[in-house]
Design a protein around this ligand. Structure first.
Ligand SMILES: *Cc1c(COP(=O)(O)O)cnc(C)c1O
Length: 400
């Protein structure tokens, strides 16, 4: 249990305090805002010290591909927020997720993954892994029998995303984690849509959590970054050598931007989720709309799962228009405040057409397998006033 208020162990702080003060390392100048250490290399006091640092026998920085003080502050802050032992940050979300799934595997291994995944994650599993002799079986993320059957056949790694791109599908993280434990497989969760504010996969039994920090962590659409969080042993044995030699390092500047973004993440995510829930209810009643997918609306097919493992419905929704792609395009073109953009988690409301953008590499049949068709629009809800957004959405829908 938490210590008395005033505890100076940051692990006992509440998440909002951890997000503002966690990991803070001040230089001799006593700066209040975290410093950006824009340097590639580090000077050693002696040749002996260089030898000891490189051998890992003395703590300290050696090269910014291995780590930098600014990235280290971000890593410590993320560890606290996520409740993880170890964190490494990368130059993009895909730098983190590709490393999270590639580093532990070898030829002959087998992966089981949910069908509904971020486009690039699916591409790596379907198109790159087979070149290295690693096969992936895709299952419907909501079908527990399919998970039990495929994981039971033997596998080394499982990758899931919940809520998943683009229709906010839910996967029961605790149930899949249990199957993974029995099979001795690593469970990797891409937790980008939920954020650590709303869902903590490590508490549900996951082994590794990966993020695109580009999304809600920066939260203001400025930089790309990513993060891998797991326990100390897996990090030092498996991920550290991979990250150092493959090189998806996060620039100190980008690490700093994300560090500052984290300070307001909880406020932003909670406020954006409230606005998203209101907008989802508003558009669901419109005659031009065929269906709405929002994780905490009762008509979401995976409502029960999302309700159990996510604190609120999150900042994203998907809307299916009755007139198919034509209506979806006219809706996007009719928005006056929200932008057409495939990014998400920004303070600005962003909308896109997954079939022809983020998921265009998938055939119609592959899209259909994840429930996607050309009628769907995905919306990432920002921080604008809910009345202005409601008027914008209603205007674009009324024009259909
Ligand atoms: C954006 C995103 C990624 C990739 O992150 P980048 O920072 O763009 O490399 C991976 N997974 C999900 C769910 C995402 O939304």
């Amino acid at each position: 249990m938490a210590d008395a208020p005033g505890s100076d162990d940051p692990r006992n702080w509440k998440p909002a305090t951890q997000a503002v003060r966690g990991g803070l390392m001040r230089s001799q100048f006593g700066e209040i805002s975290e410093a950006i250490f824009l340097t590639s290399g580090y000077a050693y006091d002696s040749a002996e010290q260089a030898e000891a640092r490189m051998a890992g026998k003395e703590p300290g920085f050696v090269y910014s591909r291995y780590g930098s003080p600014t990235a280290e502050m971000l890593q410590q802050r993320l560890c606290l927020i996520e409740g993880a032992e170890a964190c490494r940050v990368t130059g993009s979300g895909m730098g983190a997720i590709s490393s999270a799934i590639l580093a532990p595997l070898k030829a002959g291994d087998r992966v089981v993954a949910a069908t509904a995944l971020f486009g690039s994650c699916r591409w790596i599993l379907a198109n790159q892994m087979p070149k290295f002799g690693i096969e992936t079986c895709f299952v419907d993320g909501a079908d527990m029998d399919a998970w039990a059957r495929e994981i039971g056949k033997g596998c080394q790694l499982v990758l899931i995303e919940s809520p998943a791109n683009p229709l906010l599908d839910g996967v029961d993280i605790a149930a899949v984690a249990k199957l993974c434990k029995q099979a001795g497989a690593l469970l990797v969760v891409d937790n980008v849509f939920a954020t650590p504010v709303l869902q903590r996969p490590l508490d549900l039994g996951a082994d590794v959590v990966a993020y695109s920090a580009t999304k809600h962590m920066d939260g203001q659409g400025r930089v790309l970054a990513g993060a891998i969080l797991t326990h100390e042993k897996l990090m030092t044995d498996v991920y550290d050598p991979w990250l150092r030699h493959i090189g998806p390092a996060c620039s100190p500047f980008n690490a700093w931007v994300v560090l500052k973004g984290l300070e307001t993440m909880q406020l932003r995510v909670e406020a954006q989720s409230r606005i998203a829930a209101t907008l989802a209810d508003l558009v669901a009643d419109h005659p031009a709309v065929r269906a709405v997918r929002y994780p905490h609306r009762k008509d979401h097919p995976h409502y029960e799962i999302h309700k159990r493992q996510m604190k609120s419905g999150g900042t994203l929704m998907a809307i299916s228009l009755k007139g198919g792609q034509d209506a979806a395009f006219r809706f996007l073109n009719g928005l006056r405040i929200a932008d057409i953009c495939n990014n998400l988690g920004d303070t600005k409301t962003l909308a896109c057409h997954p079939s022809t953008t983020t998921h265009r590499a998938l055939s119609d049949a592959e899209q259909a397998a994840m429930g996607l068709d050309r009628s769907w629009v995905r919306v990432s809800v920002g921080l604008e006033d809910v009345e202005d957004l409601a008027a914008d959405f209603s205007g674009a829908l009324n024009a259909l």
